[in-house]
Design a protein around this ligand. Structure first.
Ligand SMILES: [Zn+2]
Length: 186
């Protein structure tokens, strides 16, 4: 079955975080899913970002990374996740910013013109660079359900979940289920 990117997968608030979030449940070894492990899914991400990504006005039409650049996109994705996750947790890890800048540089050095279009790896590098240069530490959050990174754009910064309709409801349902189970016990 082919995987379809939905709007929910673009809850990060910027392209770089949506790319980082292509790994679901990153820290759960049993349930972790890397959606970019499938090259076809990685390619179709660019098309879905054109539909759902919040930075689509900035980058115009994205095209997939060239096959030879997929590895450096994964390297950038991992460095993006480590740096911004540490920032969200208020950890002082300057080496992770250095790693991110190196990963951005690696991608940009390999960049090639794609006509009027920009390749996903290049756009992700620019997106990560903008966020690293202008961080919004009190808006950068980690979803307690799926561990995704996201920017909380709400006025009073009250968002808890990457997507209330998905993670918020799932957690509520779990709590409800546990409560009912407990009550049903003799
Ligand atoms: Zn979530």
């Amino acid at each position: 079955m082919t995987f379809t990117w939905t709007e929910h997968r673009f809850s990060g608030g910027v392209l770089a975080l949506d790319v980082a979030n292509s790994v679901v449940l990153r820290f759960d070894p049993e349930r972790r899913v890397d959606r970019f492990a499938d090259a076809a899914a990685m390619d179709s991400f660019a098309d879905a970002a054109n539909r759902y990504g919040v930075e689509r006005d900035r980058f115009g039409m994205l095209v997939p990374a060239r096959p030879e650049n997929r590895g450096s996109l994964i390297g950038l994705r991992e460095a993006t996740d480590r740096h911004f996750r540490a920032r969200a947790l208020a950890e002082d890890r300057p080496e992770l910013l250095a790693d991110l800048l190196e990963a951005i540089a690696t991608v940009l050095r390999r960049s090639a013109h794609e006509g009027n279009h920009i390749a996903l790896d290049i756009a992700t590098a620019h997106s990560a660079l903008s966020l690293a240069a202008n961080p919004e530490p009190d808006r950068l959050k980690i979803c307690p359900n799926c561990q995704w990174l996201f920017l909380d754009r709400s006025r009073n910064r009250s968002r808890t979940w990457c997507d209330m309709a998905v993670c918020g409801n799932r957690t509520k349902a779990k709590r409800h289920y546990r409560r009912n189970k407990k009550e049903a016990r003799p």
